[in-house]
Design a protein around this ligand. Structure first.
Ligand code: SD4
Length: 324
C-alpha cells in the first residue's frame, strides 16, 4: 500500500509535470508561426468587400468567415449591377442569383438560380454546413433559405428594372452578350492559420435566358480551393469558364509550380483556344492566391481590375496583364 508520504511526493511530482506541460503548451502557442493574412477579390468594388473581410482576418478569424462577410457587402450594394441586390435581371425580369463557397477542408456549398434572397452566399454556406448535399437550385434553394430563417426580398432595384425595360424595347429579347459586363465578385482569403477559403457570388450575365446558370456556383469553374496549394476564382463569360473547368485548372497549374499570375494566364489562353464561339466574344479573367500569400491575375481584355488587402497593401490593382 502506498504510504501517505509517498502519495504526497507522487502528487507533487505530478503537479510539477502538469505545470511544466502547461507552460510548454503556452510557449508553443506563443511561438507558433502565424501567417500574414491577405484577401483578394475581383473588380474595384472588391475593395469595400476586402476591407470587411480583413477585419476578420486581422482579428485571427477564419478565412471562411472572412470571405462570406466580405462578399455580403457587395451583395447588398445597389450600385453593383451584377451582384445581389441591384443586379441585372434575366430577360424575363427575374434577378436570379448564383453563389458558391469553399473552405480549407474542401467543404463546398452552392446555390443557383436563387430568387428573392439578399445573401445567396450565406445560403450556399448553409447548404455546405447543414445539408447532406453541396448544391441547391431554384425553388428548392429558395425553400431551404426560407425554412432556415432567410427573408424574402425584392432584389430588382428600381434602376435595374428601368434598365431592363429599356433593354426590352431595344432588343429582340436576345440574351445580352457584352464582353465588358462581367462583374461577378470572387474572393480568396488566407488567414493567420495559413488556411485558404473562397467565395463567389453574382446575378450572372445581364438579360440571360431564364434558368441560365453560369460558372460562379460551379465548384471547379467559378471557384476552387485546395488548401495545400491555393485558390482561384473567375469573372466573365461563365459559359467559357465552365468549358475549361477554369478555377480548377488555375489551382492545378499552381500545383505544377506556376506562379498565380502564370497559372491565370495559361487558363485564359486555354479558354480562348478552346472556345468554339467567335473568339472576340470570349471574355473572362481569373484571380489566384497561393499558400505563400502570393497572388496574381490575368484577363482576356484590357481594363480588368482586382482589389487586394493585406497589412502591406490595400487598394485596387489596375495594371492587370491581359491577352489583347
Ligand atoms: C456568369 N461569370 O454568370 C458570371 C457572371 C459574369 O458576365 O461575370 N457575367 O457567367
Amino acid at each position: 500500500m502506498i504510504s501517505r508520504r509517498k502519495f504526497i511526493q507522487a502528487s507533487a511530482v505530478t503537479s510539477l509535470l502538469t505545470a511544466i506541460q502547461a507552460k510548454a503548451n503556452v510557449l508553443s502557442l506563443n511561438t507558433k508561426k502565424t501567417v500574414q493574412p491577405i484577401v483578394i477579390s475581383t473588380w474595384d468594388f472588391g475593395a469595400a468587400a476586402n476591407a470587411e473581410a480583413f477585419k476578420i482576418l486581422s482579428a485571427g478569424g477564419r478565412a471562411l468567415d472572412a470571405v462570406e462577410a466580405g462578399v455580403k457587402i457587395t451583395e447588398a450594394d445597389p450600385n453593383v449591377e451584377s451582384v445581389g441586390y441591384g443586379g441585372n435581371p434575366d430577360r424575363d425580369g427575374h434577378v436570379t442569383l448564383d453563389a458558391s463557397i469553399m473552405d480549407e477542408f474542401s467543404n463546398i456549398g452552392s446555390v443557383a438560380c436563387l430568387e428573392n434572397i439578399m445573401h445567396p452566399i450565406s445560403v450556399a454556406r448553409l447548404v455546405m454546413e447543414k445539408t447532406p448535399h453541396v448544391f441547391l437550385a431554384g425553388e428548392g434553394a429558395l425553400k431551404f433559405a426560407l425554412d432556415n430563417g432567410f427573408e424574402k426580398t425584392n432584389m430588382l432595384s428600381p434602376k435595374a428594372e428601368a434598365n431592363w425595360k429599356k433593354w426590352l424595347e431595344e432588343t429582340k429579347y436576345m440574351p445580352k452578350v457584352d464582353y465588358n459586363s462581367h462583374d461577378t465578385i470572387g474572393m480568396l482569403a488566407l488567414d493567420v492559420h495559413g488556411n485558404i477559403s473562397g467565395a463567389c457570388t453574382t446575378s450572372g450575365r445581364a438579360y440571360k435566358m431564364h434558368g441560365r446558370i453560369g460558372d460562379s456556383p460551379i465548384i471547379g469553374a467559378g471557384l476552387f480551393v485546395d488548401n495545400e496549394i491555393g485558390g482561384a476564382t473567375s469573372t466573365g463569360m461563365g459559359e467559357e469558364v465552365i468549358r475549361i473547368c477554369g478555377s480548377y485548372l488555375v489551382v492545378e497549374l499552381m500545383r505544377q509550380g506556376y506562379s498565380p499570375m502564370q497559372a491565370c494566364k495559361a487558363a485564359v489562353e486555354r479558354m480562348v483556344k478552346k472556345s468554339p464561339s467567335k473568339k472576340e466574344d470570349v471574355s473572362a479573367g481569373f484571380i489566384a492566391l497561393n499558400k505563400k500569400g502570393e497572388y496574381g491575375s490575368f484577363s482576356v481584355y484590357k481594363g480588368y481590375q482586382i482589389a487586394v488587402h493585406s497589412t502591406k497593401e490595400q487598394g485596387i490593382v489596375k495594371d492587370i496583364q491581359y491577352l489583347k
